[in-house]
Ligand binder design. Structure first.
Ligand SMILES: [Zn+2]
Length: 275
């Protein structure tokens, strides 16, 4: 099916009209689990959730997919699904669900998380209201606007000839290594973040920092920004608070790596494919 998604904040008609006139796509979550149709493993395409016995505690309009409205919805943790539906951890669906579906599910997850965590003004504590003209929550008392959060993080493939620097974080499964990564700090450029994180985590210097590509990662609102860099000096000194190990690997003798869905893996695959 071709995907043509147009983001929006106002349903084309009041939701009640949609319920009577046609179906919508629903990206329904129970915690981090996405609810899918058991038979097809695709998101729900229904007029409304209530006839399925589902009682959403929050709903957010996302936009239109091929002319049909799309909604994100959050169900209580103790919801009981009808037998034709199944809930799967969103992360487990990479490689199972088409990337276009995953992108919309990630968008729904992030918008729902933002709605859940911005019910009150962060400045004065007044309950927020949805802004009329943009995806924002506005405080009716002091006027503060709160937008969906996006947290930029850099990830860097450092090479030395045909070798790649890979590190192991304590949370990784046994034997797995990945690229060096870290969140951008306040008032810091992405390039400065690359230099700082590499220096902090593995103690080496890098040069020739080049943008590679980016990937949203909705856990819960990260934007991974990928760079490549050349080794420029120093010996590896691992920060034990961040990593349990870091070392150079020949590009044709790599250890266990992150999933194919991750930008880290895509960058490593790209480097290995370079002649
Ligand atoms: Zn306020």
């Amino acid at each position: 099916m071709p995907f043509h998604f147009v983001p929006g904040i106002h349903p084309p008609n009041p939701q009640a009209d949609n319920e009577s006139t046609g179906s919508a796509w629903w990206f329904v979550f129970i915690g981090r689990q996405l609810v899918l149709q058991q038979a097809t493993l695709t998101p729900l395409q229904v007029r409304a959730l209530a006839p399925l016995g589902l009682d959403a505690r929050r709903t957010q309009y996302l936009g239109q997919l091929n002319g049909q409205p799309c909604y994100g919805a959050e169900l209580p943790e103790d919801s009981v699904l009808p037998p034709q539906l199944v809930a799967r951890e969103l992360r487990s669906l990479y490689g199972v669900l088409a990337n276009d579906w995953l992108d919309l599910a990630g968008l729904a997850f992030q918008i729902l998380e933002w709605d859940r965590t911005h019910q009150f003004c962060g400045h004065c504590g007044t309950p927020t209201q949805a802004a009329a003209a943009e995806r924002a929550k506005r405080c009716p008392s002091c006027g503060l606007s709160q937008y969906p959060r996006i947290s930029p993080a850099m990830i860097v493939l450092i090479s030395r000839g045909d070798d790649i620097l890979l590190g192991r974080a304590p949370r990784f499964r046994p034997g797995m290594y990945s690229l060096i990564a870290g969140y951008v700090e306040s008032h810091e450029s992405l390039e400065a973040c690359v230099v700082r994180e590499v220096q902090e985590e593995v103690g080496i210097e890098v040069a020739n920092i080049r943008y590679w590509g980016s990937q949203p990662w909705p856990y819960p609102h990260t934007l991974m920004v990928g760079f490549t860099a050349d080794y420029a000096g120093g010996d590896i000194v691992v920060d034990p608070h961040e990593l349990t190990d870091a070392r150079w690997f020949a590009k044709h003798q790599l250890p266990d790596l992150p999933s194919e869905a991750s930008i880290a893996r895509k960058m490593i695959n790209w480097f290995v494919g370079q002649s």
